[in-house]
Design a protein around this ligand. Structure first.
Ligand SMILES: [Zn+2]
Length: 469
């Protein structure tokens, strides 16, 4: 009896496990820390290393792109392998090859750039975020070809592996816009997220966006005597406090007019699926290092962090902060706010709403300035999208038929730019787990899960053409 496609994929992955892990360890030895200028050459070396491996894997087109064209920004790797099927859909895989800074002194038990395998795990900076999850695609693609007997993938496969993600992707949107014609895809697969846990495999369906601003409030031209003038002039620190207090209503809903306009509501089906997840609020609070929950009335904790927009006070200050007292009306105060945004919200409209709201709160005699940073858009793929169903089906095959559940990501990332610029749905295929320690000392990846990631990808390339037809 010939092996089933599933067992052929698994057999290939198992047979090539050691070579895969050896190569991954080599890549992890390159300290591609994009935030530290002294590692600029290492980030380049990391891009070149990956480009070489992608050529070895069989990609006929492999290029190293410098995002801003000046040579200063960290390079991204682009690769493309057209299918031999003229009707094949096109898929773009996104990940990143740069890593967070890491040093022994931060609490690593061993050199963060000398990976070691211990107890079925690989320890090293980038093992999970994101080199391990980028690299499983090379094994997955090889397994797809071997299991199907194809000489080219069943999808037109493109890869874009960024080199500046850990530095906030400053040039990513421009890079995507400049190369949009070459990056067009019917679906984007992001492999830079994780699952609920080792025993509860999940697919993330979207990320929140974010907008942030700093509001500076100016009162008198200098700090003035509170005895001579206090009580008869507006105090910018008191106005800052009132502004912050006006952000939410009694139900913890954001009180900025128009803030919820367009918000894509949670469906009953998604709420039910979230509620099925084995969520333990006490342990969640321990992870949060918080001593209580508080949020928008009518929503669960998971719904609040995944699917509802927020306004957060990140900082507030002004006036005298030194020891003892100082009886003044301060000259100025500042408030830093950020807003997590969900699908249906437009960062530009939110900015206008916040500006109007702030201006309307201020008494005469207080001048203000608002400065917004560059926003990140939200993204969301509906549960019934055929490509999302294909990802879940493919993961289920890799996870021995287990039910794949759905999550969202409360954080924000450049994936949304891909959805925005390319107009393609973004799907998340990640197998990392919370204990992997992203950005933390002793980051690791579970070897079994990396291999299941490879298997999932192998199944996905075979499944997607039917799903999208
Ligand atoms: Zn990452």
């Amino acid at each position: 009896m010939s092996p089933t496609p599933d067992s052929a994929v698994r057999q290939y992955v198992q047979q090539h496990r050691d070579a895969f892990l050896g190569d991954l360890a080599d890549w992890l030895r390159i300290p591609s820390v994009s935030a530290q200028p002294e590692h600029a050459a290492d980030v380049r070396r990391s891009a070149d290393w990956l480009a070489e491996k992608l050529k070895e894997t069989g990609f006929p087109i492999v290029e190293v792109w410098t995002p801003d064209g000046s040579g200063a920004a960290a390079p991204a790797v682009f690769a493309s392998w057209p299918s031999d099927d003229p009707d094949a859909p096109t898929v773009l895989v996104y990940g990143h090859h740069d890593v967070q800074p890491a040093a022994r002194a931060d609490g690593w038990h061993t050199d963060p750039f000398e990976p070691r395998i211990d107890g079925g795990r690989m320890y090293g900076r980038g093992a999970a975020d994101d080199k391990g999850q980028v690299f499983f695609h090379t094994l997955g693609l090889r397994a797809h070809l071997a299991a199907t007997g194809r000489t080219a993938p069943a999808v037109n496969l493109k890869l874009l592996i960024e080199g500046e993600e850990e530095s906030g992707s400053p040039n990513f949107r421009a890079l995507v816009e400049a190369n949009a014609a070459r990056l067009t895809a019917d679906a984007v697969i992001v492999s830079d997220t994780g699952m609920w846990s080792e025993t509860t495999p999940t697919v993330c369906t979207g990320m929140r966006g974010v907008a942030d601003c700093e509001i500076t409030l100016y009162g008198p031209d200098q700090d003035i005597h509170s005895g001579s003038f206090g009580g008869a002039v507006p105090n910018p620190a008191a106005v800052a406090a009132r502004l912050v207090a006006a952000l939410h209503d009694a139900d913890e809903r954001v009180a900025i007019p128009g803030f919820y306009d367009g918000v894509t509501p949670l469906t009953d089906a998604e709420r039910e699926l979230f509620a099925e997840l084995p969520f333990d609020e006490a342990s969640w609070l321990r992870t949060a290092k918080s001593h209580g929950t508080l949020g928008e009335a009518g929503y669960s904790t998971l719904e609040r962090v995944w699917a509802r927009p927020t306004a957060e006070v990140n900082g507030i200050g002004g006036g005298y902060q030194g020891p003892g007292g100082k009886t003044i009306v301060p000259a100025s105060a500042r408030v830093k706010l950020s807003f997590r945004l969900v699908a249906g919200q437009d960062p530009e409209k939110i900015e206008l709403a916040v500006r109007d709201w702030a201006a309307a709160q201020l008494p005469r005699g207080i001048r203000h300035e608002i400065e917004f940073g560059a926003p990140t858009r939200p993204c969301l793929t509906p549960l019934d999208h055929p490509a999302l169903q294909s990802v879940a089906r493919s993961m289920s095959r890799a996870f021995d038929g287990q039910k794949i559940r759905f999550t969202r990501e409360g954080g924000s990332g450049p994936a949304a730019d891909l959805q925005d610029v390319l107009g393609a749905p973004v799907l998340f295929l990640g197998v990392s787990v919370p204990s992997d320690g992203w950005h933390a000392p002793n980051e690791k990846a579970e070897l079994d899960l990396l291999l299941k990631g490879a298997e999932s990808a192998a199944h996905l390339w075979a499944d997607l053409p039917n799903a999208l037809r």
